[in-house]
Design a protein around this ligand. Structure first.
Ligand SMILES: Cc1cc2nc3c(=O)[nH]c(=O)nc-3n(C[C@H](O)[C@H](O)[C@H](O)COP(=O)(O)OP(=O)(O)OC[C@H]3O[C@@H](n4cnc5c(N)ncnc54)[C@H](O)[C@@H]3O)c2cc1C
Length: 295
């Protein structure tokens, strides 16, 4: 298992900004993954588990980035009216959505339109159009931080709004989903969702989706618009003209620009409304991480 050094990270994220990882590994077997966890332990450095990088902004990271994209593959079992789908963590979520469309399965197609991996989606409890990935989840197999492979039923795990026990309790290895056949044609609703996203989100620009969580009962995008951030630039990044909660890279964006934009947004919204916005995006760099964790 080769551990690379000083690896640039921007191309591994969808917003395309980022520094350098001191160490980087891409395992494709459990043994290789365990080797990397031991490597980080021996060196006493932090590590970060990377999926599709669609919710991640990297700075320079003096630790080990473990890219799970080598863990792919899916097993599908038909059980009459339901399908049992088991997918490895690095599998793109869109593979399950394609299957759902082919077999006319309920609900999960509403999560179409963002480049998550299965592990990243479960870790974030990704959600859209009134569904969350936990609604379809039956079981998660993960590698705990003390090296044990554990299988947990979804109901034993605590999921919330864009939050799950992962990666705090371990690395997601594979997930089993239970998907029901729908009695109406799901394709039309799916197409409507794709259209809505195209209209209201800058999906063709480098971005990592919603920057902040919605502070119930408000929408972060509305608050950001009210404090005049829609379209505002910070160096090489800007709050999108299409959707104020989406930060886009104008082509020359840097991690420092993202951090500046986030700080300014939080300051303005707090001063205007007394609401503390919380990052949905995970910023990962040495000396601090906010909006999420590295371990
Ligand atoms: C255009 C666009 C639209 C978006 N729209 C939505 C939306 O509607 N709803 C939504 O919820 N999100 C949306 N997102 C954000 C993002 O796609 C989701 O959060 C997605 O679930 C992240 O998956 P990922 O594989 O890219 O994770 P990453 O960004 O790679 O990682 C995210 C987190 O998951 C952890 N993680 C990843 N893999 C594992 C693993 N195997 N084991 C343990 N932890 C792991 C990471 O450590 C990190 O903390 C959007 C993003 C974009 C670019």
């Amino acid at each position: 298992m080769e551990v690379l050094e000083n690896v640039p990270l921007s191309s591994l994220t969808t917003i395309k900004v980022g520094g350098v990882a001191r160490y980087y590994g891409q395992p494709s077997t459990l043994e290789e993954l365990k080797y990397l966890l031991d490597f980080a332990k021996d060196k006493d450095i932090p590590l970060f588990i990377l999926g599709g990088g669609s919710n991640t902004v990297f700075g320079d990271f003096e630790g080990l980035v473990i890219n799970m994209k080598g863990f792919t593959g899916m097993h599908v079992e038909s059980l009459g009216e339901t399908y049992k789908v088991t997918a490895f963590a690095g599998t793109p979520l869109k593979e399950i959505i394609k299957l759902a469309l082919r077999k006319n399965l309920e609900g999960i197609y509403r999560l179409a339109g963002f480049p998550a991996t299965v592990g990243g989606a479960v870790s974030m409890n990704a959600g859209a159009f009134s569904v969350e990935i936990r609604d379809f989840l039956e079981e998660v197999e993960f590698l705990s931080w003390n090296g044990e492979t554990v299988r947990a039923k979804a109901e034993e795990l605590r999921f919330g709004y864009r939050i799950s026990p992962f990666p705090e309790i371990g690395v997601v290895l594979r997930c089993t989903f239970k998907l029901r056949r729908s009695d109406k044609d799901v394709t039309e609703e799916y197409r409507g969702i794709v259209m809505k996203r195209k209209k209201s989100q800058p999906i063709n620009l480098p971005t990592c989706g919603s920057t902040f969580k919605n502070p119930y009962p408000f929408y972060a995008g509305e608050l950001l618009e009210k404090v005049k951030l829609k379209g505002e630039r910070f160096g090489g990044v800007a709050f999108s003209e299409k959707h104020a909660n989406f930060l886009v890279n104008l082509g020359w964006g840097k991690t420092a620009d993202v951090k500046k934009a986030l700080r300014e947004a939080k300051r303005r919204v707090f001063e205007e409304f007394g609401i503390r916005l919380q990052e949905e995006v995970r910023i990962v760099e040495s000396g601090g991480s906010y909006g999420g964790t590295f371990l």
